[in-house]
Design a protein around this ligand. Structure first.
Ligand SMILES: C[C@@]1(CC(=O)O)C2=NC(=C\c3[nH]c(c(CCC(=O)O)c3CC(=O)O)Cc3[nH]c(c(CC(=O)O)c3CCC(=O)O)/C=C3\N/C(=C\2)[C@@H](CCC(=O)O)[C@]3(C)CC(=O)O)/[C@H]1CCC(=O)O
Ligand SMILES: NC(=O)c1ccc[n+]([C@@H]2O[C@H](COP(=O)([O-])OP(=O)(O)OC[C@H]3O[C@@H](n4cnc5c(N)ncnc54)[C@H](O)[C@@H]3O)[C@@H](O)[C@H]2O)c1
Length: 152
């Protein structure tokens, strides 16, 4: 089992690349947009949510030159072998990656997040049980929104 350390990483001024334009990529972009607008999405096809969004889209297949000047990469294509190729490319460029179809290949994973101004609550199951993370986050959100759990 991999072990994931919860840290808050400084992304000021840094670019984040998402490879893939499907529903999972859109979800990752939406969460990221709570924190930064320096998001670039590369994919030959985009789902309707992306088409309607203002995310910066590059309509093409992934190439390793897309990694230039990128700090983090979310690898979100539906092709397992391509995801692996991109992962190795990133490793060669010393770039940390999230590989959406394979937790054991992830350098970092995305927790379930509740964000309110400068307060961020992030729940992780160490990549073992996504639903557990979502259910805990939703209970915390419920308590905060009803002012039962006070965060301010
Ligand atoms: C919390 C959240 C954060 C986020 O993504 O931002 C997140 N997944 C979310 C949603 C979600 N994920 C899945 C479903 C569909 C379930 C279904 O349909 O049954 C839904 C529900 C939905 O989409 O609504 C399935 C799934 N997830 C992973 C795999 C691959 C695998 O396990 O092999 C598969 C199976 C794919 C397949 O087999 O097809 C992997 C990961 N998902 C993680 C995080 C990381 C672990 C976090 C932890 O430590 O707990 C990790 C390891 C890597 C990562 O992605 O970073 C986000 C909450 C959204 C919110 O905010 O509400
Ligand atoms: N991490 C998670 O939370 C989670 C949750 C559910 C599913 N998944 C996994 O995520 C993967 C993607 O799911 P999806 O529903 O978004 O799939 P999808 O098929 O809707 O999207 C895949 C995207 O990858 C793009 N793509 C294909 N080849 C490409 C290339 N050469 N360069 C760039 N982009 C390319 C496609 O055009 C498409 O936009 C699945 O493999 C699934 O197992 C992860």
């Amino acid at each position: 089992m991999s072990i994931f350390l919860p840290i808050s990483i400084n992304i000021t001024g840094k670019h984040i690349l998402i490879v893939g334009g499907g529903k999972i990529a859109f979800h990752k972009a939406t969460i990221l947009s709570l924190f930064t607008n320096r998001i670039i999405v590369v994919s030959p096809k985009f789902c309707s949510e992306f088409e309607l969004s203002s995310f910066k889209k590059k309509r093409k297949e992934y190439e390793s030159k897309d990694l230039e000047n990128v700090f983090l990469v979310y690898i979100c294509t539906e092709k397992e072998s391509l995801n692996m190729i991109i992962k190795v490319d990133c490793e060669n460029h010393n770039i940390l990656t999230n590989v959406c179809d394979n937790p054991s290949l992830c350098d970092f994973i995305s927790p379930a997040i509740y964000k309110n101004d400068n307060v961020t609550i992030a729940i992780s199951s160490n990549a073992e049980n996504v639903w557990q993370s979502i259910i805990i986050r939703d209970q915390i959100k419920f308590l905060i929104e009803r002012n039962i759990l006070k965060i301010n």
